[in-house]
Design a protein around this ligand. Structure first.
Ligand SMILES: [Zn+2]
Ligand SMILES: [Zn+2]
Ligand SMILES: [Zn+2]
Ligand SMILES: [Zn+2]
Ligand SMILES: [Zn+2]
Ligand SMILES: [Zn+2]
Ligand SMILES: [Zn+2]
Length: 298
């Protein structure tokens, strides 16, 4: 069995054997009125249980409960010899009233409560369950605990018993659910989206001729009927679509032709200009050569 560390907040001196009570009668914490549990000394010399001192400092802006001075955290220290004296004292179980007849050294009490004491309250092992149950009732509680994990028969994931209904109603990805469009099919929840948008016979579909202008919507199973009834309408839509397309196309073509003509006129002009310029240059060049030739013979 795993140990749940018992945090003994308060140890009444009456739990100790009479001869031990004599030894530790002065070792009483003024904060909890119990015997010092892990005694610590504050910065002004007062002794408290470790946990009592921590709580005091958190709740009182760090002031000593005896003289109201600020406690200097760095100066707090454990009083080990006192811890050892108390550890050796004989004590009965803190759950004696509930029927535990254990007794031993104070040192051993923590382990007794942590592992053995049948009359000690421990937390249910199921994480989300906050119930504290007697160790002796632990097993039977765990069996009936509403947080006991159960395997979902549809998705095989372990779910606390108490959350199973919500899991099945709203979450489980593999449970079969009714089609929201009431098409009589049962669909796995995780595939519902696909069913709703693609598969379902009862979703409203757009007509195949939507891009040609048919705005009708109808159930998948009515598609053939729609196509049959609207044969002529679809043909007219197609015709008008292609007419418009043709008009647009011809218009564009004539614009292209015009701009093509403009460009080719421009090219002819440029060519002419270039030829004229080149002809002039060649003539000039020829004359210069003829002149040079003549000069050689002069
Ligand atoms: Zn205390
Ligand atoms: Zn003090
Ligand atoms: Zn006990
Ligand atoms: Zn439980
Ligand atoms: Zn499930
Ligand atoms: Zn459906
Ligand atoms: Zn249509």
């Amino acid at each position: 069995m795993t140990k749940q560390k018992p945090f003994i907040k308060y140890i009444d001196i009456s739990n100790f054997f009479p001869e031990s009570q004599v030894v530790i009668s002065d070792y009483i914490c003024t904060l909890c009125n119990g015997v010092y549990n892990q005694p610590y000394m504050d910065s002004c010399g007062h002794v408290f249980c470790n946990a009592c001192l921590e709580t005091q400092m958190e709740n009182s802006s760090g002031k000593c409960p005896i003289n109201n001075q600020i406690i200097i955290r760095d100066k707090i220290c454990p009083i080990n010899f006192l811890t050892q004296i108390i550890a050796k004292q004989s004590i009965t179980c803190v759950n004696k009233d509930k029927g535990c007849d254990w007794s031993g050294k104070f040192l051993e009490l923590e382990d007794h409560l942590g592992y053995d004491c049948k009359k000690h309250f421990i937390k249910c092992k199921h994480e989300k369950c906050t119930k504290m149950v007697l160790r002796e009732d632990h097993e039977s509680h765990e069996l009936s605990c509403e947080y006991k994990p159960e395997k979902c028969e549809y998705c095989n994931i372990e779910i606390p018993k108490i959350e199973m209904i919500i899991h099945l109603d709203d979450i489980c990805p593999n449970i079969l659910v009714e089609c929201p469009q009431k098409c009589d099919e049962m669909i796995e929840r995780c595939k519902l989206n696909y069913h709703n948008t693609v598969e379902c016979e009862n979703i409203l579909n757009n007509c195949h001729y939507k891009i040609y202008g048919c705005e009708d919507k109808f159930f998948k199973k009515e598609m053939n009927k729609h196509l049959e009834i609207n044969h002529e309408k679809h043909n007219l839509l197609l015709l008008s679509f292609f007419n418009n397309f043709q008009i647009g196309f011809l218009d564009r073509l004539s614009k292209l032709e015009t701009s093509f003509k403009n460009y080719s006129d421009k090219i002819v002009n440029i060519e002419k200009q270039l030829k004229g310029k080149n002809g002039f240059e060649m003539l000039k060049h020829k004359r210069e050569r003829e002149r040079d030739h003549k000069n050689e013979f002069d």
